[in-house]
Design a binder for this molecule. Structure first.
Ligand code: NAD
Length: 358
């Protein structure tokens, strides 16, 4: 066995249908008396419900979260937290809302209680992102890791099916890259493999049963494991490409993860054989990359960069941006190979060994 360092992230998770009933108990546990509830404008209704449940312990609702945490939104939310003398941020929503909570915590060390409603996984990580002048910068800081996470699958019933699918593939991407991470360790690898298994078995049931709370529970369970893996070990080429395509070309977050994942997996096929075997086994497929692609195709998920808004003439620049600074990846990151990967993703080609030129 390879030598490893295992770091467990602190944090408390309350999971289950109806877990929201424990909100008061959890707020008291972190000794918060003036919680600021955060959400996107679209989830204002859920935020108001949380505020009502908090009663006297709610200082206000700030429903202005948007994708990628623009610095102006972060500043306005920080000012609102100060104005209301908030002693805690309760983030109800996906990565955008949790990200806004993190932007507040980064400056003020305000504790965050997260109530995730997508599968993006930000609630389990000390990673934050802020966008200033069109550039997104990310960093790690233990202050932004939520103190408590309440996963209540009932809150995910309203997540539209198309977004549920791409968000779950976003979660699967964390698991795939955790399995070949430079700092991988046996515990996180178990979580990642189990995460893929839970997501892969529940996704095909979602189309037929979007309101089945057991299916939603299994998806959220997979998403939790995926977020924990993302928070614990380093990511590689897949996340680098998605960050580049999302940040510099404004492609939608979970969709870009969905399109890139089969191709990033194929890119590392020969360089990470043990991870590939585990991914394929968890998918119930003979090959990791084609297994992911087949799963996505069967779900009607987007398969091409073209359909999610990428322009073909921008592929050269995207490949340059994704290869200009060195970072860990099982297979060396080279411009021409990454350009070929992007071309395959642009057209949504099945990532067989032959199609990938391997
Ligand atoms: P999101 O938070 O932007 O949500 C997408 C849309 O779906 C929003 O309009 C939201 O209000 C709505 N929505 C969410 N849950 C819903 C529900 N249950 N019912 C109805 N509508 C719902 O999307 P996301 O994919 O969760 O997050 C993407 C952002 O999170 C990106 O900016 C990404 O970079 C960031 N992210 C950060 C980390 C990290 O560790 N820091 C991890 C993953 C994602």
């Amino acid at each position: 066995m390879k030598a490893f360092t295992y770091n467990a992230l602190p944090g408390r998770v309350v999971f289950g249908v109806g877990a929201l009933e424990y909100l008061q108990r959890e707020i008291e546990r972190i000794e918060a008396k003036r919680a600021l509830v955060l959400s996107t404008p679209q989830q204002r209704g859920q935020a108001d419900d949380i505020a009502a449940r908090l009663g006297e312990r709610c200082a206000g609702v700030y429903a202005q979260a948007v994708m990628h945490v623009p610095i102006e939104t972060a500043r306005a939310a920080r000012a609102e937290a100060k104005r209301l003398n908030a002693d805690c941020a309760v983030a109800v929503g996906g990565g955008s809302t949790v990200g806004l909570g993190k932007a507040i915590a980064l400056e003020s060390s305000l504790p965050i209680l997260a109530i995730p409603t997508t599968y993006a996984g930000s609630e389990m990580t000390p990673i934050y992102g802020l966008t200033e002048g069109g550039q997104k910068r990310t960093g790690r800081d233990p202050r932004v890791l939520p103190k408590t996470v309440i996963y209540d699958p009932s809150l995910t019933l309203t997540l539209p099916i198309a977004l549920s699918i791409t968000s779950a593939m976003n979660a699967m991407a964390h698991c795939v890259e955790a399995l070949y991470a430079e700092d991988a360790n046996p515990i996180v690898s178990l979580m990642a493999e189990e995460g893929i298994r839970a997501l892969a078995r529940s996704l095909p049931k979602l189309n037929a049963n979007p309101d089945d709370v057991d299916v939603r529970s299994d998806l959220l369970y997979g998403a939790w494991l995926a977020g924990a893996a993302l928070g614990a070990v380093g990511m590689s080429i897949h996340h680098k490409l998605c960050h580049t395509l999302g940040g510099s070309f404004n492609l939608p977050h979970s969709e870009v993860h969905t399109v890139i994942l089969p191709h990033a997996t194929a890119y590392n096929r020969a360089a990470a054989p043990e991870a590939m075997t585990r991914i394929a086994a968890a998918l119930g497929a003979s090959d990791a990359a084609t297994g992911i692609w087949e799963l996505e195709r069967s779900l009607g998920a987007p398969l091409t960069l073209k359909e999610i808004g990428m322009k073909e003439e921008d592929l050269d620049r995207a490949a340059r941006l994704a290869t200009e600074r060195p970072y860990f990846n099982p297979r060396p990151v080279e411009y021409s190979a990454i350009r070929a990967l992007l071309n395959n993703a642009f057209h949504g080609r099945k990532p067989t060994e032959m199609n990938q030129g391997q």
